[in-house]
Design a protein around this ligand. Sequence first.
Ligand SMILES: [Cu+2]
Length: 639
Amino acid sequence: MAAGTPHPLDPLSADEIRTTATIVRRDHGVDERWRFASIELREPAKEVVRDFSAGDPIRREADVICWNRDDGQAYKALVALDEDRVAAWEHRPGAQPSMTVDEFVECNELLRKDARLVEALGRRGITDMDRVLIDTWAYGAHLLPEPYDDRRLGWADVWYRREHGSSPYANPVTGLHLIIDLNRMELLEIEDTHRVEEPATMGEYVPRLVPGQRLRDDIEPLEITQPEGASFTLDGNELRWQKWSLRVGFNHREGMVIHTVAYEDGGRVRPVAHRLSFAEMVVPYRDPTPEHYRRTAFDIGEWGLGFMTTSLELGCDCLGEIAYLDATLHDTRGEPYTIANAICIHEEDNAVLWKHVDAEHGAETRRQRRLVVSFHVTVANYEYLVYWRFHQDGNIECEVRATGIMVTTHFAEGQQPPYGTLVDERTYAPYHQHFLIARLDLDVDGEANTVVATESEPLPVGPDNPHGLALVQRDTPLRTEREGRQDYDWHRQRAWKVVNPNVRNGLGTPVGYKLVPGACLPSMFDPYSPVVRRAEAIRHTLWVTAFDRDERWPCGEFVVQSREDLGLPVWTTANRSIEDTDIVLWYVFGIHHITRPEEWPVMSVDAVSFWLKPVGFFDRNPALDVPPTPRHCEHEESR
Ligand SMILES: [Cu+2]
């Protein structure tokens, strides 16, 4: 990340990653047959962050997950970097560490030379193995093929590029799947279930490959310039913009993390959130046919948003006056590498903030800006773009955009696909869902918070309500983790306020921030489905838990080949108190993706979002002090 004043929340540097791997290798006989699944900063306790001042000594620790390919055993290590030692070493029998980029690359490189695959593809008329892509996915435990169910396995689709540089996802190889022993890097089985005659499809999106493509020529330049520079400042990973301050973090699994969000209000720096991130993403394909029944991705737990992060390009991904942060990650040997321009920070104009036209005074108008902190990930065929937006009036919006290329399958003449949409000749895109789980460690004016379910209730017609107009707002504090399991309710417009019962605003009511739900979707699973047993977390819109720094992964820490969800459903059986204490909200939202022809051969972004809005956090609109835009909306009397 950027150089600046060192802080205990700074992600591990390349040197720290390398040193961590060296210490583990030295003290625990970790040789070249092992792989490092992850090396990340062990974030300091909240108190350490709260009490830290620039220049204080910083204690650095790293969490490591690694495994021995020879016996398949996984270990978790805690490395105390300042003490040059492994402070904890824990064997995790039965756990499969997350999938790694190295394994994906090696599968593709090694296995496409396998004689059995060459033969199976030859029967389909495919002979140029350089144009074949093997796309490896992780298994759920309930689907592991029996003779190998104690191994680290992958299953793979096979895709084919029509020519070099064209899209592999344009051409699925139908009815051909591979089962791979990832530790031995060995092809165990080829499932050659069926073949269909290749339809004449057009799955290309690069202009030179789209037949007869003429690009539009009626678009004039649209430039964003800030001649005097942007209004934010970046010191290392600390970001300040108008009244907002926050720190930007990054790790292999969550990707970008937003730390210590605060809003300055009348000289007071008021905390809003300690930590905001994405903790899991579950993408079940709702198609039980042989092509797709294994396709249930946990993109965060299996692959990691950090490892999947891609470099951003000025003018394409972000427009205007941009600051970038790089990210430092590592390969499975523990060797660090850098993703340049991994995080984009910029200001955006966002039309009108507030306005009123008065008959005497005339118009008073303020334009709105927002500070956007974003990163993009590519998970094989799909892209996710994550935007955290900070607004001048205290609002925070988190938006996720899904784009990229849908998984498709060819089918034989005379059939109709029951679990997907026709998108090209004899080609369908299966229905699927994207469940995103945001981990929201809010600290509204301090750590002692309570979540209140707030819902509207229309009262029946009666003597006090003769017109049936009366609407009251019912607030129900959630006292235990069992009560903290909440579902969206359209009929009552349910939302959730995170209040600090110990701090009152000028009106005498407790200060709060409201989680305004957006893009809620029901899980739509039979309770007996073995798929949903691995992801019980998606069965509610919101979970609230008592803060525990080690509770990070809502579907469990090890989701590769998992049988059940060892995260939220297990933690919350303790049914801890969540009242007037430090709490974490887990918000489940996403995309119910009923595929469309217009999303082929490349899908325009599908954007979903939720908001965190101040509700009685301020006494009045905190954006009253936003000045008019100079030389344009400046009203004589308003100065
Ligand atoms: Cu989708």
